[in-house]
Structures are given as C-alpha cells and as structure tokens.
Design a protein around this ligand. Structure first.
Ligand SMILES: [Mn+2]
Length: 300
C-alpha cells in the first residue's frame, strides 16, 4: 500500500515569540513551494512562543498538511558556554548546537533553517544530500571578513559558512559526541564571538570538515537568482535587503498577514533610533564605539 511514499523531510526551526511571524513566513513558503510528493515533519524549538503563536502555526496546515512537534530545550545549564550579550542575537539562536539533546533518536539527520528565510522551491534535493562523514553541510559565505575569521583562529583558506541553513548529521553528532567538542570550542572562542552559533560551528568545522553546498541553498537577497535560488536568507540589516517584496509576499500567506517590520509605528521608531544614533555619533570619536552603538540602535 505504502510503496513509493517518500519519508518526510525533517526540518528544525528555533524561535521566540518575536521571531514567530518570520518563522511562520518561512514555513508558509516551504509548504507553498513544495513538490507534490514532498511531505514534512517540522520540529520547533520553542524559545517562548505564546498560545496565539502556536495557533497561527497550526493554521498553516491549510496550505499543506505537516507533522508538528514542539520542544522546550533547557539551555540554562549550558549558559556558561554561551554568550547572550551579542547584540541582535537572542539566546534561542544557540539551540541548533543542542540538537542531539532534544531531537528524537530515531532521526539520523535534520534540515535546520533560520526563521528569517524564504524557501522558493522543494527542499528534497537538500534533504537527500549524501553527508558522508561530515557533521554538517552548509553554504560557504565568501563575504565573511578575513579579520573576523583570523580572530576566530580559522586558516585563511578555510571557507567560512552561513549557519542559517544546515543539513545536520545527527547520527554522527550522537556517535562522536560532537556537542561536547563544540562546547569546548565555544569556551575557547567566547570573547571573539560575533555570530554566536555560526562562529562556533565554523571553528569546529575548520578543525574537522564540513560539506560545502551550492550557493542557492542559502543566499543573501542581494545575490538572488530567479529560478535558481532556493533559500533566501534576509540576514543582517534586513530592512535594507533587496527583494523584500518576496519576503512580504509569503508573510501575507500567514495568519499574521505581515511582519512586524512592515508596521507603521515600527518604522517610525526605527527612524527615531537612527536619528538618535546619528546625533550620538557626533560625540563618539572612536570607530569602535560608533560600531557598538550602531549595533544597539540601528540593527535591531
Ligand atoms: Mn538568520
């Protein structure tokens, strides 16, 4: 009876309530652009979702049905390994490091996706990628600054990758206790970290290996290629990303209807923050001070 039924694509998200409209948008895009024989099992690491958020995620099943499981991993005992003071990154972003702790042991691999992405095609090719002996497959980011890579102790020829879209080899993580090793790396580079989990994963990968994926599996909206790009990642200063209408188109498919960043008062507050920043910069002679202030005022 069940011949030719493909196993579901297992996908992990992690989100708090603030990012839930983004996560809902990402899920809507996955469901909308799935191949007819794709099916999905979604795993959501709940970093503080409300009942209303959960209800809205449930409603996305109208686009295409999917299996849904929530987890509430407790990262408290690991806080000493992590930095939660890195501007712009809620602690929940580190959840992807702890996959082996909370995902079911029956899963050998999982696709991890950030909440701030849009998926424009079927994920089955990514899902079926042969991981070999690599702990993760990811897309190299040729634009990551050399200064930052050197600060993390990465060799100059190492290809730093984005952690917004990953295929994670859970079997290997469990068998070889990858988490323990990652946490050691976290402690080692703690003061140098700018992009929490991403820096840790890269530092670890530079000492082991990872499988590089083609750019269409995670690309900045400025590098969007129509018909080729599958995963668009609205990262960094996303208000200034090109191709925002694509993101908003999928936000409109969710029960939220739109993202917080599309709201009028949100834009007013943002403009006010920018004005404050520009004013305060007049009193900050050092570039480093201005950079820190910019993280606080502008990038939020
Ligand atoms: Mn992201």
């Amino acid at each position: 009876m069940c011949e030719n039924v493909k196993p579901p694509i297992e996908i992990l998200f992690a989100s708090d309530s603030n990012y839930c409209p983004f996560m809902a948008t990402a899920i809507a895009s996955i469901l909308k652009n799935a191949a007819p024989d794709d099916s999905f099992s979604l795993h959501i690491a709940d970093g503080g979702l409300t009942d209303d958020d959960r209800q809205k995620i449930e409603e996305l099943k109208k686009i295409k049905d999917f299996k849904l499981t929530y987890y509430r991993p407790n990262l408290r005992e690991y806080l000493r390994y992590l930095r939660d003071d890195v501007a712009n990154f809620p602690i929940v972003v580190n959840t992807r490091l702890f996959v082996e702790k909370f995902l079911p042991e029956t899963l050998d691999k999982v696709v991890y996706l950030d909440a701030d992405i849009v998926v424009l095609g079927s994920l089955s090719e990514l899902w079926e990628t042969e991981l070999g002996d690599n702990f993760v497959a990811a897309v190299p980011d040729p634009k990551m600054r050399l200064s930052h890579r050197r600060e993390l102790g990465l060799p100059d020829d190492y290809k730093y990758f984005f952690s917004g879209g990953l295929l994670i080899n859970l079997k290997k993580w469990r068998e070889e206790r990858v988490l323990d090793q990652l946490l050691d790396v976290c402690l080692e580079i703690k003061d140098k970290i700018e992009f929490p989990d991403q820096d840790a994963l890269n530092a670890y990968a530079s000492r082991t290996s990872y499988l590089p994926l083609a750019g269409r599996w995670t690309c900045h909206p400025r590098d969007y290629v129509k018909g080729d790009t599958v995963i668009l990642h609205y990262m960094g200063n996303r208000h200034r990303c090109p191709n925002l209408p694509i993101l908003y188109e999928y936000a409109a498919l969710t029960p939220y209807g739109r993202l917080p960043m599309q709201g009028f008062w949100y834009r007013v507050r943002r403009a006010a923050r920018r004005a404050c920043f520009v004013f305060l910069c007049l009193f900050l002679p050092k570039k480093k001070w201005r950079k820190n202030l910019r993280k606080r005022f502008v990038l939020r």
